[in-house]
Design a protein around this ligand. Structure first.
Ligand code: NDP
Length: 264
């Protein structure tokens, strides 16, 4: 029996336990996957207790991804680049490895399911939080023409531009044309961002799904976006990669997407 958990705050609505149980059933494995609501300042304590109770791995969500990067003894290359961890692997020798599967999850969804190409494209990434940093190394690896980034707070975007040479910070996005726009904020951003151009030739991807996808969806439709996708496919792909890192077994993400698209 594998023992996993997701740590975050809030955590009530997380789909992760159901997704991982679905994977386990597919692969005929037994898992216990809990949601652990974690008060701010208590991540280390909660993780230590979970490990003492025999935890094999953990997912980390808002607002602890950067703190989890500090908790890990070692980081994978993709986690080191993003300084953000969504997956912890507790090895039998007591070592804790921090990984970030958001980037590979994003890339698999965007290239395998949606068949969007990033190479030589002009991309606008909206947001500079943990999720934006998590997917950046994967975006860069596809060699787009430009990666423009807009964020509400200047400090985070300055840090991002310092850490990632390929990033071009933009303060005004009105006069640019983008092939792909990625929303990596958790905001009602249409009130904050003045983008009055048409999006007829632009594919729009939202990391959010369900209710939280609605404002971005409406905004894209209003501006006649060519194609719009929510973040459910990415959620399932990043979970599939975490599951693989923990168990060495690869789940079938497309089956899960069908199931969870129907139930959300
Ligand atoms: P963070 O808290 O780290 O970052 C939030 C981002 O949203 C920041 O860039 C922040 O800007 C911006 N933001 C918040 N409020 C506003 C506002 N009113 N106006 C403009 N910008 C705003 O969160 P994460 O990066 O971890 O997550 C972002 C979203 O992505 C979440 O909704 C999360 O659920 C989703 N997500 C989805 C995944 C999936 O698999 N589908 C995986 C990971 C995340 P500022 O810097 O100015 O505060």
């Amino acid at each position: 029996m594998f023992k996993f958990a997701i740590f975050g705050n809030p955590i009530t609505h997380s789909l992760s336990p159901s997704i991982h149980q679905f994977f386990a059933k597919q692969l005929d494995l037994m898992i216990d996957y809990q949601k652990i609501e974690t008060p701010i300042g208590k991540l280390r304590e909660k993780l230590n207790r979970f490990r003492q109770q025999g935890g094999h791995g953990a997912n980390i969500t808002l607002p602890f991804k950067e703190e989890a990067a500090k908790y890990a003894d070692e980081l994978t290359e993709r986690a080191r680049l993003s300084q953000s961890v969504n997956t912890l692997i507790f090895e039998p020798d007591g070592k804790c490895i921090g990984d970030n599967t958001d980037g590979i999850g994003f890339l698999r969804d965007i290239t395998h399911r949606l068949h969007w190409k990033l190479r030589d494209k002009n991309i606008l990434l909206i947001g500079a939080g943990g999720a934006a940093r998590g997917i950046l190394p994967a975006i860069i690896s596809e060699k787009p023409k430009h990666i423009f980034v807009w964020n509400r707070s200047a400090s985070k975007i300055e840090k991002m531009a310092k850490d990632f040479e390929a990033v071009v910070p933009v303060s005004n996005i009105k006069n640019h044309e983008f092939n792909i726009i990625i929303n990596a904020t958790n905001a009602n951003f249409q009130h904050d961002i003045d983008l009055s151009c048409e999006l007829k030739n632009t594919n729009c991807f939202d990391l959010n799904y369900g209710e939280r996808h609605q404002t971005f969806l409406k905004w894209c439709q209003l501006h006649h976006s060519n194609t719009i996708s929510d973040g459910l496919g990415m959620l399932i792909e990043q979970a599939a990669e975490s599951f693989f890192q923990w168990t060495g077994r690869k789940p079938y993400a497309s089956n899960a997407l069908m199931k969870f698209s129907i139930s959300t």
